[in-house]
Design a protein around this ligand. Structure first.
Ligand SMILES: *Cc1c(COP(=O)(O)O)cnc(C)c1O
Length: 440
């Protein structure tokens, strides 16, 4: 299939794989209130309640969560040295923060909010259905030997470019489930090794992410003892991510940040299939309404959300359909076709998408390490382009004018969501730094 993208200021850059900013013409106020969406804001509250109820069980399974009583949280870090290094020293950029999901416990990436959530919600649901957990019974019993023996009769399956497989595999094995991860060809060897050490069956595909997911779905459909975490369609994953927004809101308030019509908030969210950034954006819209503007960021060769949303097509458009390759070192974002579910939810809620080249990812990865000791994998550095695009780029300026926030940019807050990296082995991280040095 070949698709002709519509006329748009960003079109030529997208097709030539040049970094650019596309702003969404369908973006509108209060889009979250649309009753025809396949999701309601109250479900974010339910997800938060689920996380709270599961926290004692999570703490029982993961000792590293003792300090937070089972909550999986990340720091909000204000940039100082890194801010200068990135060229954001000027007052015109307001305040710039990193939301450091790169250091999330349990899985070392934003997938700890999605994959871990879905596995634990499923485990509780299964245990209640099968009479293993009575009303009022301590949820920590699900970490005991009887529950483990019971869970070991089930398999959790997932398709992944790496990090979702890691989080689902870790969560599943912690409860005693069997786990099968179908990895795309992008998956880094250390992620595969780490899973195999945990006793996870890893099936490595020569094909891309979309194919790996299809394979996993097919195998799961034929066997009722397999629970499939469907990254392309899962509401649970999406809602697990969405709970991050209230965590962010509390941290911004603690930093004295006001978010309202005069003090806009910008979120820069690395996007693969769209579930993680979509979930966070949805949660943020629920809390901050029109005062928050959410942008996805994608590699220049893998801008699946950008090309699909720009196309305006009902059918999913992939990056191959417009002649791009899906080649990138940013394995967390190496996805050629976005989730149809996320596309529907984000249609009028997403401010825009910008793209970055791989060389920039390595440069920012090195800067974050050298200036503020923030350890990232390439995908996780993508959001650093955000303030530049918004403040300096012609499409960013047009966006600010359209939404009447041009005068409030100096009072704005930018949050760059860094999505993974703390589990990267030293050897691999050294190779990233070497790559950055070679790129100059
Ligand atoms: C998964 C992932 C993303 C993107 O999340 P999607 O749900 O696939 O859109 C971005 N960065 C990292 C490091 C990831 O692991």
């Amino acid at each position: 299939m070949t698709i002709e993208l519509p006329n748009d200021p960003a079109r030529a850059d997208v097709l030539a794989a040049r970094p650019t900013l596309w702003t969404n013409g369908l973006y509108r106020e209060n889009a979250i209130a649309d009753a025809s969406l396949p999701l309601a804001p109250s479900q974010v509250d339910e997800a938060e309640a689920n996380w709270k109820r599961l926290a004692p069980l999570l703490a029982a399974c993961f000792p590293e969560l003792d300090a937070t009583a089972g909550a999986i949280r990340s720091d909000l870090i204000e940039l100082d040295a890194l801010r200068e290094a990135l060229g954001y020293g000027g007052a015109g950029f307001g305040r710039v923060f990193v939301k450091a999901d790169s250091a999330l416990p349990v899985a070392g990436s934003i997938k700890a909010r999605g994959g871990v959530y879905e596995v634990f919600v499923f485990a509780e649901e299964l245990a209640r259905r099968e009479g293993l957990l009575a009303r009022g019974q301590d949820i920590r019993d699900l970490a005991g030997p009887d529950a483990r023996a019971f869970f070991s009769r089930y398999t959790i399956a997932v398709g992944s470019t790496g990090n979702l497989g890691l989080s689902v595999g870790i969560a599943a094995r912690a409860l005693g489930f069997k786990a099968t991860v179908h990895m795309s060809s992008d998956a880094k060897a250390w992620k595969v090794e780490r899973l195999r050490k945990l006793g996870v069956e890893v099936v490595q595909h020569e094909a891309d992410y979309t194919t790996a997911v299809e394979m996993a779905r097919e195998v799961a459909a034929s066997d009722p003892s397999i629970y499939f975490v469907d990254d392309e369609q899962s509401r649970r994953l999406f809602l697990g991510y969405s709970a991050a927004a209230s965590e962010l809101a509390g941290q911004l308030a603690a930093c004295g940040v006001t978010v309202d019509a005069d003090h806009p908030l910008f979120l820069y969210l690395p996007c693969g299939i769209g579930g993680a950034p979509g979930g966070v954006a949805y949660g943020a819209k629920k809390i901050f309404g029109d005062a928050v503007h959410c942008f996805f960021v994608e590699p220049v060769q893998s801008p699946c959300a950008l090309v699909h949303m720009m196309s305006g097509s009902q059918d999913l458009v992939s990056v191959y359909d417009v002649g791009l390759t899906n080649d990138t070192e940013a394995d967390g974002m190496a996805v050629a076709r976005m989730s149809a579910f996320v596309a529907t939810v984000m249609r009028e809620m997403l401010a825009g998408v910008f793209t970055v080249d791989d060389a920039s990812l390595f440069r920012w990865l090195r800067l974050a390490h050298e200036t503020q000791a923030i350890r990232l994998e390439p995908s996780a550095a993508a959001g650093f382009a955000g303030p530049h695009f918004l403040v300096d780029h012609p499409q960013g300026r047009a966006f600010a004018e359209r939404w009447k926030i041009g005068d409030s940019l100096a009072r704005a807050t930018h949050v760059v969501w860094t999505t993974g990296g703390s589990f990267v082995p030293q050897e691999q991280f050294d190779a990233f730094l070497k790559m950055a040095a070679e790129l100059g």
